[in-house]
Design a protein around this ligand. Structure first.
Ligand SMILES: NC(=O)c1ccc[n+]([C@@H]2O[C@H](COP(=O)([O-])OP(=O)(O)OC[C@H]3O[C@@H](n4cnc5c(N)ncnc54)[C@H](O)[C@@H]3O)[C@@H](O)[C@H]2O)c1
Length: 268
């Protein structure tokens, strides 16, 4: 089903992980995709694969923390495809540092990519989408680290939490001004993507799926499906919303930590 047929979508951090699969799914659903990444070789591979499979895509080198790179990336979309309908602010990074060991430089780099990068994206997206014939959709990828402690480091949690209110404030502003642009946030839980390579061998990683009510780790496609939903007109009544895709992690830990149901039978 071509749920985003004819739409032009720009995805940051599209070179691997959630961004890559989002690019692929959007292309399969009919979008022309601008794959951007700080790693130009990775973005090239994804764009070429989309084109080889019959889709439409270009790759652009893009550091989301760099203001000029934003002009270039959005400029490439407008020049090549004439408009921008969907912007996915997906690029992100984590240093996985304990608070007591986090340097100011580490903190600032994390804010600069994960929060300032999203601000620059939202601002660029609004400016590009104002006056479009159709509805614009901006999708910001936060994390359940914005909603609860213990799942990410403090700089990452603070930046992602900033994304939450940035989204709501910008969504209300666009609605109030009549700009016809929807802005929503997705909160992924733990996703089996390259970002987690540094923790993949830890005991916690092996245990985590037991703690998730749904009983498995997330996959990039689980988030990409949320991206497609928010990009398409299926979500036409949603703006400023929180879409949590986390296998139930924020509903509560399963794994029966207290052995609540191990008492040998129904309690009367
Ligand atoms: N993987 C998870 O468990 C998880 C959980 C919650 C939220 N998220 C969020 O989802 C998004 C995607 O995560 P992922 O797991 O696919 O990560 P990933 O590390 O696998 O991929 C991230 C991509 O972003 C690119 N990138 C990094 N810094 C960039 C920059 N400054 N400018 C442009 N591109 C840059 C990288 O080159 C890479 O291609 C991130 O915002 C991340 O914080 C991930």
């Amino acid at each position: 089903m071509n749920r985003v047929d004819g739409k032009v979508a720009l995805v940051t951090g599209g070179g691997r992980g959630i961004g890559k699969v989002s690019c692929e799914l959007l292309a399969q659903a009919g979008a022309k995709v601008v794959v951007t990444d700080i790693n130009p070789a990775a973005a090239d591979v994804v764009a070429n694969e989309i084109v080889s499979s019959g889709g439409v895509a270009i790759a652009v080198q893009h550091d989301v923390a760099n203001e000029n790179d934003w002009k270039n990336a959005v400029g490439a979309a407008l020049e090549r495809y004439g408009k921008l309908d969907v912007l996915v602010n997906n690029a992100g990074m984590s240093l996985f540092n304990e608070c007591k060991d986090t340097s100011l430089e580490d903190w600032r780099r994390t804010q600069s990519v994960n929060l300032e990068g999203v601000f620059l994206g939202v601002r660029s997206g609004i400016n590009a989408m104002i006056g479009n014939e159709g509805v614009g959709s901006i999708i910001n990828i936060a994390s359940i680290g914005a909603l609860l402690g213990g799942v990410s480091d403090v700089s990452y949690a603070a930046a992602k939490s900033g994304v939450r209110m940035l989204t709501k404030a910008a969504a209300v502003e666009c609605g109030t001004k009549g700009y016809n642009i929807r802005i929503n946030t997705i909160y992924p839980g733990t996703i089996d993507s390259p970002m987690n390579d540094v923790v993949r061998d830890s005991p916690g990683w092996r245990m985590i799926k037991k703690l998730l009510p749904i009983g498995r780790l997330g996959l990039p496609i689980d988030i990409a499906r949320g991206v497609l939903f928010l990009a398409s007109d299926d979500s036409s009544f949603m703006t400023g919303s929180d879409l949590v895709i986390d296998g139930g992690a924020t509903a509560g830990a399963s794994g029966d930590i207290l052995g609540l149901f191990d008492h040998g039978g129904p309690q009367r």
